[in-house]
Ligand binder design. Structure first.
Ligand code: SF4
Ligand code: SF4
Length: 326
């Protein structure tokens, strides 16, 4: 790959826009990036079109940073187009990495989601209004919209991915490190997650207050307690995913008095982040019998949303099975 002014693309799929903001969070360093690379596609900031990408020779883009999960036919097509045009694809952010927040839609299917948002939801004023169609005839001809899929996927479930930048969104530091490594041509083995290799607790300033044998008698929601900012949050009974989550974020949420919600995803040897997190929490709950265990786990208000918040599509189950589906 020629490293002189490499061509770079940024693209967003099923995304909230936060990953695009993360690029701007590089602050003045973004000017260094702009000076060092030739940005050839970035729909959120620059007026390039899909046809511009289609016209580029295959493999002419050095790196494409793609954020967001894949849940429409258009996102699938764009991911595949950018893959074809790029020497390297980086899954940028938790949604591209493991499915992220949009991946929680895998608890339902398209029909159930449409029913709620266009028919049954309490804020729907016109219960018999239109629902999104993929094709509609108008006097001028036929209009087409992308198809929304039943199942949200992460990026490497639709295209080959060289590297992953985790986080919701990735921190400016890991992005800057990745850009530097790319420009210097010093990249690790394909498939590497470009962040820490150890669990977050190792870089948390509260780690010294975490008991060696941690046991909790109760689970509390963050809204039920006034957290002592000097004591491990998990030891205070608030679920913190630090023990099972990849580090590299410098424990920014902990600094902001929020427990880790797991956006950097699983460690290298973890097969299923949610299963690992659930089994870890179950292992520290100090109860005498099943009834006590049941009562305490009932206090986990939204188990899927807590344990699989960022990783449902990448999990072993991938989605909630629908009745009758194979
Ligand atoms: S990873 Fe987080 S910040 Fe990035 S698009 Fe997904 S939800 Fe938004
Ligand atoms: S469990 Fe959370 S608060 Fe406690 S040391 Fe680990 S990251 Fe820090």
């Amino acid at each position: 790959m020629s490293l002189a002014k490499p061509k770079v693309a940024f693209y967003w799929c099923a995304s909230c826009g936060g990953c695009e903001e993360a690029v701007l969070d590089l602050a003045e360093k973004v000017l260094d990036v702009v000076a060092a690379v030739d940005i050839v596609f970035w729909p959120v900031a620059l007026d390039f079109k899909r046809s511009d990408v289609e016209a580029m020779p295959d493999k002419s883009i050095a790196v494409s940073f793609i954020n967001g999960a894949i849940r429409t036919s258009e996102q699938d097509e764009m991911a595949k187009l950018l893959r074809r045009k790029s020497q390297m694809v980086i899954a940028f952010g938790a949604c591209a990495h493991q499915g992220g927040i949009p991946g929680l839609a895998n608890l339902w299917n398209r029909q159930a989601i449409f029913d709620w948002y266009y028919r049954k939801g309490p804020s729907v004023a016109t219960k018999d209004g239109p629902i999104p169609l993929t094709k509609i005839k108008v006097p001028e001809g036929e209009l087409e919209l992308p198809e929304i899929w039943d199942t949200v996927k992460c990026l490497d479930q639709v295209v080959d991915v060289e590297y992953y930048l985790p986080g919701c969104p990735p921190t400016p530091k890991i992005l800057a490190n990745a850009v530097q490594a790319i420009l210097a041509g010093k990249l690790p083995a394909k498939g590497t997650v470009l962040a820490g290799t150890k669990a977050l607790c190792g870089e948390c300033k509260l780690n010294s207050t975490k008991p060696e044998k941690l046991l909790i008698k109760d689970i509390k929601r963050i809204t039920e307690v006034v957290l002592d900012p000097e004591k491990c949050y998990l030891a205070q009974g608030v679920i913190c995913m630090g023990p099972v989550t990849r580090g590299g974020c410098e424990a920014l949420c902990i600094e902001g008095r929020m427990p880790c919600s797991g956006c950097f995803g699983s460690l290298d040897k973890t097969l299923d982040y949610g299963a690992k997190a659930l089994s870890y929490v179950a292992s520290i709950v100090d109860v005498m019998d099943q009834e006590e265990a049941r009562k305490i786990m009932e206090k986990v208000a939204d188990p899927t949303g807590i344990f699989y918040r960022y990783s449902m599509p990448a999990s072993k189950l991938g989605r909630k099975r629908q009745k009758g589906a194979s």
